[in-house]
Design a protein around this ligand. Structure first.
Ligand code: UDP
Ligand code: MG
Length: 327
């Protein structure tokens, strides 16, 4: 069993991209919840290149409350990278990534912390319901989680977002994974450690609109699958194999029928169908291979994951000292 001292620091990681109308409400609800837990805490906001006044609001919050910390990325890098920046900078003994739009209710956090106190290293929050989202989004999300589960050997918990608690051990492990194509939910699971879950109801957005359209979600899904599975590449093999078997059978049939009945009609339709079908299969499999090669190409450039153009409260050495006896 792990000892979690009451003096432990809890880091709340909040990636924000144009979340201006949500910031204050988020801050108040989070403050209320966190002050009840009795833990020391920091709220690390990662500004992911917002174009509204999100950053100003964050700085004015920080003027009043030093527990608000800010990482300002040099542009919009996307949520996965924003969370990575947060993981890299936060100091907490427990770290909780959460959305700024209050879809993940902060009120669940005490439950996460309770499980952490029991000795779990990862406590993920699984949604039992999603309110305020379109049927199509719910249906595609449902399908996606089940599809990924079948394709990938690592157990990515279904209906679970990024909202979870991770201990320092897990965060330190995650920090070593520096790939460009980051499907965080997968990486969270990949590192392993003792895990458990709590359930919650996903609420509608407090204000503003989702940043993810279906094209982004589709790409996100492709990322999730290609990051953790070779199955699409293997599909090409099996498809090719299946088609070859079929082709042999078909050839035998043509051969015997020509011998028995002659060949009165030149086989234009069957020829066209075969050519088009094979062409389609070949292009698709080439595309699949291309997806993987593109990713290899990107990884091979070894670019930094993000650039930071401003930081507040996270400068090295200025941090409140961590209490001992933790972990
Ligand atoms: N987000 C971000 N960068 C982006 C897109 C989103 O940091 O490029 C943040 C956003 O501010 C929010 C969280 O990620 O805190 C979840 O975004 P959103 O609510 O739009 O996603 P959804 O809940 O619809 O999946
Ligand atoms: Mg949301």
């Amino acid at each position: 069993m792990k000892k979690t001292a009451k003096g432990s620091l809890v880091s709340i990681l909040v990636p924000v991209y144009n979340e201006s109308p949500n910031i204050l409400e988020f801050y108040f609800r989070m403050t209320r919840v966190m002050s009840q837990t009795g833990y020391r805490y920091e709220m690390v906001f990662i500004n992911d290149g917002s174009r509204d006044d999100t950053l100003d609001k964050l700085y004015s919050l920080r003027d009043k409350d030093q527990r608000v910390k800010i990482i300002d990325l040099s542009r919009n890098f996307g949520k996965e990278i924003a969370m990575t920046a947060g993981l890299d900078h936060c100091r907490g003994d427990a770290v909780i990534p959460i959305d700024a739009d209050l879809q993940d209710p902060p009120e669940v956090i005490p439950e996460l912390i309770a499980k952490w106190e029991e000795g779990y290293e990862v406590v993920y929050a699984t949604r039992t319901r999603r309110d305020g989202e379109t049927l199509l989004k719910k249906a595609t999300a449902h399908l996606f989680y089940r599809f990924v589960k079948r394709l990938t050997p690592i157990p990515i918990p279904k209906d679970t977002g990024d909202f979870r608690l991770m201990s320092r051990k897990v965060v330190d492990a995650l920090k070593q994974l520096r790939e460009q194509h980051r499907f965080m939910k997968g990486l969270f699971s990949w590192v392993g450690f003792r895990q458990t879950s709590v359930t919650y109801r996903r609420e509608p957005r407090y204000a503003g609109r989702t940043k993810f359209n279906y094209w982004k979600l589709w790409n996100f899904a492709v990322e999730g699958i290609t990051s953790f599975s070779f199955m699409p590449l293997q599909v090409a093999t099996y498809l090719g194999f299946g088609i070859s078997l079929f082709a042999i059978a078909f050839a035998l049939y043509l051969f015997t029928s020509t011998l028995l009945y002659g060949n009165p009609v030149p086989g234009y339709p069957s020829l066209m169908v075969t050519v088009l079908f094979l062409g389609g299969v070949q292009l698709t499999t080439l595309g699949v291979i291309g997806e993987y090669i593109g990713r290899i190409y990107n990884e091979s450039k070894r670019r930094p994951l993000y650039f930071v153009q401003g930081k507040a409260g996270l400068e090295d050495g200025k941090e409140i000292s961590r209490l001992e006896g933790v972990n």
